[in-house]
Ligand binder design. Structure first.
Ligand code: ADP
Ligand code: MG
Length: 698
């Protein structure tokens, strides 16, 4: 059997140089293999006919046999549309087009039998099918149509005639062209053990399912394989890494840690904090490099855990570095940690972009000489001029703002990579964490410090502003502070600043008796900090801001978070923002303000926010609503591959299964020598050479 990956798509009957160029550019289809793995996104059963009387607006796709009674056009210019009144004898529906009206009028004849196929909707009380597929009755044999595949195509492709139908013809040509079966890519024993369909059968059924049952089996087989190789890759190469990188052994818990624990700690640790610190200590003492993800909802007390781990490093005569995504956050960590440490003999320095000149040189020299014990900073700590005498522990806060590359960069700051602890308040669902971070161990703080009152969340339409302002006024009179957040969308930053400015003016007018702070991303760090400081100190009562305050900031006296245009935020982001309040002992509130017109999805998102305070539940819901590709933060945090068929939100169980299977294989065949696994190791090597950026996930 020839290698499909090396066969240019251009030579497939029906393609040619022009279409090949479009397929290359629009869908990254270069070879026969690429087309074979371009799967339909849905299938429609085209073997049955419906009757007009039976149709309502909720049906997915319908097929009717009948004739066009008359044509009518409505509207002018861009609004112009053509309506064909279509009947099958049981009733009449409207077929509607917004484009190509002239052509359509010549193409379709009155009183001729057609088969019409499309999605029904209700418009002005009548059933409409917009842009239907229409074929003359004698050109379709319905019993042969079976399940029809639908392929995604782009607007540009449709213009060039490469719509779903055209792709369908190409895949048909391709499958007919494959005389021999496509070679199996999983070992025979594995296929048998898990009752999988063969690869050849699966590929044929994924494009042209014989029936729904075989389609399901084909999907299962292809998902299994896809997730299996992702997991095998992660496990196989993380084993390599563990062998290659020995870690520093932090064997003792010494004076600094103990003094801190017995004297400085202002409150007892929660059980979850204790458990997590134990897990981390064990890891750092094991002799292998730690690579751990610490998840904990907003306000769960991750900073303190980080600090205590840092103290263990210091007790073992190593330096530590804590990296935060923004200047505000780094500064706040610096101050919190200084306050926690009090007069313990630990030298802490803050390094951000705005630390310059002599101060900067002093810090850099102190690091090189080993006189600075703990460096806290922003991206600035990654620069090459920052060198440590003996860096042993790195903590990265709010991971979703940093990428894999930055993580790797910190590894290179010592001859032997330091232990790495990545902290995130975006609770990444387990299935996703397993796949994104693969080799990262995960610790979870699943408990909030005692005494917190759950935040009350309210959804408010923006025409009810007056009562909201009354509420805010009462809260301020009771001594509380208020956040008002505006969305920020990068494409139109100017617009957003305008929104924010208008909002700010409006708030100043509405609350003349109080001082108002304003913070946005375009301000200079020093200005931003000064404004933030005015709010922290209580001088200003209201903080009007963009999402720059999203992460980490801690003002326990703030009790109301108003989010304007809440429909423009993702769920995880709303949850993060909400986490800025509810940090003190008072009842806190989050008010989500939107207009009346909301999509179904937005409505669901807001409902979840109102109902739940649980970050994990929200992250799961987010994943289900939007799919993992969109999950905030995953872009930058290194999900380095596209899944063609599996879905991390829905295939969690399968993911767990294949991970176990892959783990067993890595354990049983460490030398990769067993003949029965040859197929599998070859396939893994082949995959590492191709499309996916595997290096980034291993
Ligand atoms: P996050 O996990 O969101 O980073 P922080 O570390 O900022 O949370 O902690 C939130 C607040 O809870 C801080 O004011 C911190 O001092 C406080 N805190 C942390 N641990 C405890 C504890 N065990 N008991 C009481 N308060 C705590
Ligand atoms: Mg934090």
């Amino acid at each position: 059997m020839f290698d499909l990956t090396t066969r240019d798509i251009m030579y497939l009957p029906g393609v040619g140089p022009q279409r090949a160029a479009v397929l290359n550019k629009e869908l990254s289809i270069y070879s026969l293999h690429d087309l074979l793995y371009y799967f339909p996104y849905k299938y429609v059963d085209r073997s049955r006919l419906y009757h007009v009387v039976d149709i309502d607006g909720n049906m997915p796709y319908i097929q009717l046999k009948g004739e066009i009674l008359s044509f009518e056009t409505f509207g002018e210019g861009r609004q112009r549309r053509l309506v064909a009144h279509f009947s099958d004898g049981t009733g009449v529906i409207d077929l509607v087009w917004f484009q190509g009206i002239k052509y359509l009028l010549t193409r379709y004849k009155l009183h001729t039998e057609y088969i019409v196929f499309g999605k029904p909707t209700i418009f002005n009380g009548r059933i409409n099918v917009a842009h239907p597929d229409i074929d003359p009755v004698n050109e379709l044999v319905l019993t042969n149509m079976g399940m029809q595949p639908y392929y995604n195509t782009t607007e540009r492709m449709k213009k060039g005639g490469l719509n779903s139908h055209a792709i369908e013809k190409l895949t048909k040509n391709l499958l007919a062209f494959l005389k021999e079966p496509v070679p199996e890519t999983l070992p025979q024993w594995l296929v048998e053990k898990h009752h999988l369909m063969s690869l050849d059968e699966a590929l044929r059924n994924i494009h042209y399912p014989v029936n729904p049952d075989l389609l399901r089996k084909a999907q299962y087989r292809l998902k299994f394989e896809e997730l299996f190789y992702v997991q095998l890759n992660i496990l196989r190469y993380s084993k390599d890494r563990q062998r290659k990188y020995r870690g520093f052994v932090f064997e003792r818990v010494g004076e600094i840690f103990n003094t801190f624990y017995s004297k400085n700690l202002p409150f007892p640790l929660t059980n979850a904090q204790k458990r997590v610190i134990k897990e981390i200590r064990k890891d750092m003492g094991s002799g292998r490099q730690m690579n751990r993800l610490l998840q904990g909802d907003v306000g769960s007390g991750k900073t303190l855990v980080a600090l205590m781990c840092i103290l263990i490093a210091l007790d073992n005569k190593f330096q530590a570095c804590l990296m935060a995504p923004t200047e505000i956050l780094a500064t706040q960590h610096y101050e919190t940690i200084k306050a926690f440490l009090k007069d313990l003999p630990v030298r802490v320095e803050l390094l951000t972009g705005s630390v310059k000149g002599k101060k900067r040189e002093e810090i850099l020299a102190g690091l090189t000489l080993g006189k600075v014990d703990l460096l806290i900073g922003t991206h600035a700590v990654l620069e090459d001029t920052v060198t440590f005498a003996s860096l042993g522990m790195v903590i990265i806060d709010e991971q979703h703002r940093f990428g894999v590359a930055q993580r790797a960069k910190m590894w290179s700051k010592n001859v032997c990579p330091p232990h790495v602890l990545v902290m995130t308040a975006t609770p990444i669902p387990r299935t996703l964490a397993m796949t994104m971070y693969g080799d990262l161990d995960v610790s979870v703080i699943d408990e909030l410090p005692p005494g917190r009152k759950p935040i009350q969340t309210i959804h408010q339409f923006d025409n009810r502003r007056a009562s909201m302002y009354d509420f805010i006024r009462k809260q301020i009179e009771a001594g509380r502070q208020i956040y008002i957040v505006y969305p920020l969308i990068q494409e139109s930053e100017k617009m957003d600043i305008k929104n924010l400015e208008e909002g700010y003016e409006h708030i100043c007018e509405e609350f003349p008796q109080y001082k108002v702070s304003k913070v946005h991303g375009k301000m200079k760090p020093a200005e931003k900090d000064a404004e933030m400081q005015r709010f922290v100190s209580g001088e200003t009562k209201i903080m009007v801001a963009t999402t720059v305050i999203e992460v980490g900031v801690n003002v326990p006296n703030a009790s109301v978070m108003v989010i304007e245009n809440a429909e423009r935020f993702g769920l995880s982001q709303l949850h993060q923002l909400r986490g800025r309040v509810g940090r003190g002992a008072d009842q806190s509130y989050c008010i989500l303000v939107t207009g009346y017109k909301l999509t179904e999805e937005t409505r669901k998102r807001l409902e979840i926010m109102v109902r739940s305070n649980d970050g994990f539940e929200i992250a799961e819901a987010d994943l289900k609503l939007r799919g993992p590709g969109d999950l905030e933060g995953t872009q930058q945090s290194g999900i380095a591959f596209d899944l063609k068929i599996a879905n991390l939100a829905r295939d969690g169980q399968l993911l767990q299964l294949v991970r176990d299977v892959a783990q067993a294989i890595v354990n049983d065949d460490p030398e990769e020598k067993r003949p029965e696994n040859a197929v599998l190791w070859n396939q893994l090597r082949a995959l590492r050479k191709t499309n996916v950026n595997w290096a980034a996930i291993s």
